[in-house]
Design a protein around this ligand. Structure first.
Ligand SMILES: [Zn+2]
Length: 1018
């Protein structure tokens, strides 16, 4: 979706209109649908009759109608665009046969033929033109046939896997018209729905072997008898005792028609499979004592998790009814879906559940999805515009349910990891995962306001903010108000707004009745990215001094502890600055803020004060292996043994020390000293020369000023051997030290859901080489980087300007240069795996003064003058030592050539084009590099081989060959095959056989232990 000024205007007018006094109304839409499934063609043939009652004060000339199966039609739909920008695009590579669509419409309105047209931008929205204006209070009935091709499953919410069908968002359906106007919206994966309430009567015709799970009440007695029989043939373990009945191949051409009806719903979904097992149960609602039937449908292979699944449905129905208002429908169903990779999806009275890995998580997902019957189903929010309302409030109920049912479930249980003790996460309850995910986003300053539009959330924040942060905020509201008061609030909201479309203001009006000061909730937590952090300063008898370190005055909780047991606990209203809080402090060993982890405290390290002992606030630092999750109770220093190798230091071994991986901290450091076992081979070494190191100190500074979002400042140091010089009989080892400082200014995105990242980088790199010549080089760099970081067709554009200040102490020679260059790359994806495709890269650089600027056709150890990359053999030139294979390592830098030569060196300008194309279904790529430079075609370049000769350069230098991918984008081998004459001549004179003409590349920066730990951390 394009985010334009218009969108912003719509949102602003939305908010302002929200305060206007236009009275509430809602339309009524009653649907009768007949549909037939063809399970060989995977199609639906249907007919829909819709009664549309205009209860608005306005006259309508058209009705927007959603045709959501068209979202799967091609790569131009809003769904496809969102899919393309996500990591791991699924829709993009579908064949024509696997796609879906809806067509064959022919509308009549009250018996008279009517026209429709497609939305100018979205083929999944159409406009039904009314033959005459529909006045306020009047109704029409329109009818149309429709035909649906069901897409392949696993793309989004609708589809089929073989003959298992998930039929949702499948029929022509009017958009909502409310006091803000029309809400036509294209189908999206990230971004849910908004629909009108009404009655549904749906008759489904399909081969008789299918079991159907659907919205509403089944009206067909023969089908009900069959389901009841099915539901009875289970033993206690949930297994079918009449095994062998179920067979997908058991086809017949006998069809059945089954009918479902339901009032007061705004959608209808159904699921069909021949292999379902059926469980049935019933539950009595807490207030009215009315009975609701719970159904679950699942496959045999999931039986171990689903055995008690109806209990989960029942429990969800009881608790949600008790806490929010009674479930108004007669049936509630959960279906095991084959399509999704995880999670679940809600529809009125029925939910579909993805794969789970434990009974507890099945209970959690079923409860969450059943819970949407309240927060989406009965309270019909505009989920697309305010996703936090349904997901966040529902998540807070889910949190309450899980804590009630599984009070001892720890974070490691929730993550299904056996590493709970090692990660030190057994200290926390399972819902701490939500807090950590929020913190992960917030620490990077990537968090967003919960009020954002669903399509504007990054996929991280759709979870971290919409679900988790909001869920925790309402959980905090409940904890601080107390259950009874909170339940009254929710019941009042439910009673006033059931079967209606409440918006945030409608909820806030009710919250205000229970909570006099709501700013911390509605403005700060829900509509900003402000953080919350209280610090405990000191205590005296019967009072505790607490300071608000940030800008949200959320409620505060104090707990008095004697060893591990709670002595007393108290809530206080929020405040700014410092405040003495009345609190009994006798006979305690510690006083803690937020002992139960229900606030969103951004820094828990300052939450505890011990009442005994000398070190009242500090804990001792402990060494801990590898890494772990940040833990307020512990102060850890992490360590990992590391080994490394290069041609000079040989085998190196040492330790990586760091201050934690997850979630990121504002200040992070890594220190990696290593002992070089090869240093003793040389004549000139002293103690220091056994030491190599790579270290980094990072400051992450959230700023949010103008177009800047975050500044990431880094200071790096590294020291490695880089050359061996032979002088007479003596072999001497040269070291380099690299000091690097950078400020990376990350630029705000137009929308966090965009995958286009921009930053401005300023850096200073100083290289000191303790060799005979005494080299001291300094490079100042400024760069703009724009990068489309997505799996389909990624690209980048980078512009650099650099000043080099090169000093050779031995010659007392100082030279300076200024240069600039462009590095632009586009990758056209044509394989299902993102890294397969055609990559085109352009490099063009020029000197900005008359001084020699170092431009290189390729980046090997020597031409990587800023020492940005790590090399196995940095300064051993493969031209001089072609048999030293480690010197054949290269990186994709500057001109991007593979074959090493000194052609082009010292040019004032250089331009090259690099092309790489994956050969489908192989690990091979074809590559071709072509370039030219200042003196191409006119200069002779010296060849330092056995005898000194020269090569005359050509106008165009080029090479082509085959690359073998060992690890995608991490490690590959390049085999040049053909070259331009000058490069050929060069190679002939410097190599003895083909092996010596082969090069390889290893991205050692990505394989650096810290990078590996960080990428594996979450
Ligand atoms: Zn949900």
């Amino acid at each position: 979706m394009k985010i334009s000024l218009l969108t912003a205007f719509v949102i602003i007018s939305y908010i302002t209109l929200g305060q206007n006094s236009k009275p509430y109304f809602q339309q009524t839409v009653n649907n009768k649908i007949q549909v037939k499934l063809d399970d060989s063609l995977n199609t639906l043939t249907g007919f829909i009759e819709t009664e549309y009652v205009n209860q608005s004060p306005d006259e309508l000339n058209f009705i927007w109608i959603h045709l959501y199966p068209n979202a799967y039609k091609n790569n131009k739909t809003a769904l496809a665009k969102q899919d393309k920008n996500s990591q791991g695009a699924k829709l993009y590579f579908l064949t024509e046969q696997e796609r879906g669509y809806l067509d064959s419409l022919h509308f009549t309105i009250d018996g008279i033929s009517a026209k429709y047209e497609y939305h100018p931008e979205h083929i999944d929205i159409s406009k039904l033109i009314l033959n005459k204006p529909l006045k306020s209070g009047e109704k029409i009935t329109y009818r149309t046939p429709f035909y649906v091709k069901i897409p392949k499953g696993g793309i989004s919410r609708m589809g089929h896997v073989s003959q298992q069908y998930q039929i949702s968002q499948w029929f022509p359906k009017p958009a909502v018209y409310d006091k803000f106007g029309w809400h036509e919206m294209p189908y999206l994966d990230q971004g849910e729905f908004y629909s009108e309430f009404g009655k549904y009567e749906v008759s489904i015709t399909l081969p008789k072997e299918y079991l159907v799970a659907a919205t509403g009440n089944l009206q067909t007695q023969s089908e009900m008898d069959w389901l009841n029989k099915k539901a009875k043939v289970f033993d206690d373990q949930g297994y079918d005792t009449e095994d062998g009945n179920l067979n997908e191949k058991n086809d017949s051409n006998i069809y059945k028609t089954i009918v479902y009806t339901q009032d007061n719903i705004h959608d209808f979904a159904w699921f069909a499979d021949k292999l379902y097992y059926v469980h049935k149960s019933s539950v009595e609602l807490p207030f009215s004592k009315r009975k609701v039937t719970a159904w679950t449908f699942f496959r045999y292979s999931r039986g171990n998790y689903w055995a008690q699944s109806t209990d989960y449905v029942n429990d969800a129905l009881i608790y949600y009814s008790q806490w929010n208002g009674e479930y108004p429908y007669d049936n509630c169903t959960a279906v095991d879906g084959a399509l999704g990779a995880g999670g679940g999806m809600e529809y009125p009275t029925i939910t579909v559940i993805g794969r789970v890995d434990s009974k507890e998580s099945l209970d959690e997902v079923i409860t969450h999805e059943v819970g949407h019957n309240w927060f989406y189903g009965i309270l019909g929010f505009n989920e697309r515009r305010y996703p936090y309302m349904d997901e966040g409030i529902n998540t807070s109920n889910e949190i309450r349910y899980m804590q009630l049912k599984y009070p001892n479930r720890t974070l490691s249980d929730a993550l299904s990891t056996g590493l709970g003790n090692f990660l030190q996460i057994n200290d926390y309850s399972s819902i701490y995962y939500y807090y950590l995910t929020y913190l992960y986003s917030a620490r990077y300053n990537k968090d967003q306001s919960a009020m954002d539009h669903s399509d504007d959330f990054s996929s991280l924040n759709y979870g971290a903010i919409v679900y988790y942060k909001t869920g925790l905020v309402f959980n905090l509201l409940r904890n601080s108000l107390g259950d009874a008061k909170y339940d009254s609030l929710m019941h009042e909201f439910f009673d006033k707004w059931k079967f209606k479309h409440p918006d945030p203001e409608d909820l806030y009006v009710i919250i205000k009745k229970y909570l006099p000061e709501t700013k911390w909730l509605t403005t700060d937590f829900l509509n900003s990215t402000k953080k919350n952090d209280y610090k405990i300063l000191k205590f005296e008898s019967n009072k505790v001094l607490v300071r608000n370190e940030r800008r949200i005055s959320a409620p505060v909780n104090l707990t008095g502890l004697y060893k591990d047991s709670i002595v007393n606990q108290q809530w206080y209203d929020g405040f700014r600055g410092e405040k003495w809080l009345e609190f009994p402090t006798q006979n305690l060993t510690a006083i803690r803020l937020d002992h139960n982890n229900v606030t969103l405290d951004a820094n828990r390290k300052n939450n505890t004060i011990r009442t005994t002992g000398i070190l009242k606030k500090t804990e001792h630092i402990k060494l801990k292996f590898l890494g772990g999750v940040e833990n307020e109770y512990r102060r850890n220093l992490y360590w990992t043994p590391v080994v490394a190798w290069n041609d000079y230091n040989k085998f190196m071994s040492g330790v990586l020390l760091h201050n934690g991986i997850f979630p990121s901290k504002l200040i992070e450091w890594q220190l990696m000293p290593m002992w070089s076992f090869g240093s003793s081979n040389y004549n000139n070494v002293d103690k220091m020369d056994f030491l190599t190191a790579k270290s980094c100190l990072t400051f992450r500074i959230p700023i949010n000023v103008a177009f800047l979002q975050t500044v990431v400042a880094k200071i790096k140091y590294q020291r490695f051997g880089e050359n061996v010089v032979t002088m007479g009989n003596e072999e001497k080892l040269d070291f380099y030290q690299r000091f690097h400082a950078e400020m990376d200014f990350l630029i705000h995105k137009k929308s966090e859901s965009s995958r286009f990242n921009q930053d401005i980088l300023i850096s200073r790199t100083e290289i000191y080489q303790n060799n005979e010549i005494d080299v001291y080089n300094a490079y100042s760099l400024i760069a703009y980087k724009g990068e489309m970081n997505r799996s389909i067709n990624p690209f980048h554009v980078m512009v650099f300007a650099e000043q080099g200040d090169l000093f050779q102490g031995f010659f007392n020679d100082r030279q300076m240069y200024n240069k600039t260059w462009l590095d632009a790359q586009y990758h056209h994806t044509y394989g299902k795996k993102g890294h397969k495709g055609l990559t085109v890269r352009l490099f063009a650089g020029t000197s900005l003064d008359n001084n020699d600027a170092p431009f290189y056709l390729n980046a090997n150890g020597q031409s990587d003058y800023r020492h940005d990359y790590l090399f196995l053999s940095r300064n051993t030139s493969s031209l001089v030592h072609p048999s030293n294979f480690s010197s054949h390592m290269y990186a994709t830098g500057e001109g991007g050539f593979v074959t090493l030569s000194n052609l082009g060196m010292g040019s004032q300008w250089l331009a090259t084009l690099n092309v790489k194309a994956s050969i489908p279904k192989t690990i091979f790529k074809w590559f071709a590099n072509i370039g030219t430079y200042q003196n191409a075609g006119t200069n002779f370049f010296p060849v330092f081989s056995d005898e000194l000769t020269t090569v005359k350069s050509e106008k165009l230098i080029w090479e082509t060959g085959i690359e073998i991918s060992i690890l995608p984008d991490l490690m590959w081998i390049s085999l040049p095959i053909l070259r331009s004459n000058d490069l050929n001549e060069f190679v002939d004179k410097t190599t003895k056989n083909y092996i010596q003409q082969i090069y390889f590349s290893i991205n050692l920066n990505k394989l650096y232990p810290w990078s590996l730990l960080k990428s594996g951390a979450f």
